[in-house]
Design a protein around this ligand. Sequence first.
Ligand code: EPU
Length: 427
Amino acid sequence: MRKLIVRSAEQLNGEVRIGGAKNAAVAIIPATVLARGCCVLENVPEICDTEQLFQMLSGMGAVVKKLCRTTVMIDTTELNTSVVPYDLAKSMRASYYFIGSLLGRFSSACVSMPGGCNFGVRPIDQHIKGFELLGAKIHIENGLIHADTDGMAGAHIYFDQVSVGATINVMLAAVKAKGLTILENVAKEPHIVDLANFLNSMGADVRGAGTDVIKIRGVDVMHGSDYAIIPDQIEAGTYMAAAAAVGGDVTVKNVIPKHLAPITVKLRESGAVITEGDDWVRVVRTGPLRKINLKTMPHPGFPTDMQPQMAAMLTRAEGTSIITEGVWDNRFRYTEQLVRMGAKITVDGKVAVIEGVKGLRGAPVNACDLRGGAAVIIAGLMAEGTTEIENTLYIERGYENVVEKFTAIGADIHYITLPDEEQPVQA
Ligand code: EPU
């Protein structure tokens, strides 16, 4: 087991290059099973979640070959089962995207109930509703989701709740359903558009992604494709927030500035000066950090996946900030870790009130989920002394080369490996 050791930083300065978007990659990789052929994916983030999906594909008979660090060839011609390896799938949320794509390929799928970060109850009723309206039968037994169909047909599906996962999963099935599918009240995140572009590059007919309504005309055959995944909006936002929190001058490269707009606006409000180029943003903060209020919402609102990093930053702002979580029921568990470091945060349901303090102190803390892990790194950089972070696996699931990237902008951060007897017992 490893711990991350983070020491106080006076400033962050330099350049950091952003990888491919995790939440696009984890949809696009399962989508490759729709093609009986070979796909070459570029800008694949080198994170545990993508590695795990490659292992699932290999276990199902696909050939997966890394052509370089971030380019991967996936040949699904010999895929021979619609059962996703249980042990690999159970700990990961995005493994359920194989339901949609395997229904499209084999008219059946068997996938573990999804794992993922714990933000309270994470229902999948909207996925099931979509599959059933397309003509699939779903039953859940012993922790497994079974999906079968005698043939899917296009349908008019109105989602009761805006859901990234349900939009993606139902798109993956609908591209092979006969006739026209209309999806209403869909998610509009950049990774939805990226998935639609990838599916169209494979021969699908998907229109309207990025708006509230997606129209899909089913096709019989899809082929392999070469495709570059978009840059990670949240990884970029995390380094931007770190620069604004600690202060200094950081250029974040390989980004799409438009995807960062909601984050940029809030960081400016808190005192950062941000300039943008075609594929970079520069964050400079030399003046004081100011309090802000923010509410997370589906895209184009402020992304929930940036909420913990912003909270970490605001622990040291002048005045009292209020954060309202508008997507998840319980996404403030990480605040307990910030409080251990001296932050003043009170949480009441979906609202956190953060009273800025003069200083934080390094402490032993936990990465209780992926973005909560990013939050304690940022807090560790702002705190006096040393912060020791346990449960780093959460961070590695979604941030590639986190030590190298923070080191490149002047942070003092490294891993230590614990001898066996010192490993904490997992609850
Ligand atoms: N919901 C339902 N029914 C459903 C599906 C969702 O009620 O069938 C509710 C959820 O309980 C939640 C809301 O709808 O309150 C939004 O959930 P959504 O389905 O959009 O989330 P997700 O697809 O499970 C993805 C990202 C999350 C990100 C959310 C919101 C992936 C693999 N995960 O989750 O990313 O927070 O969208 O943007 O794409 C992260 O990267 O740290 C992360 C957690």
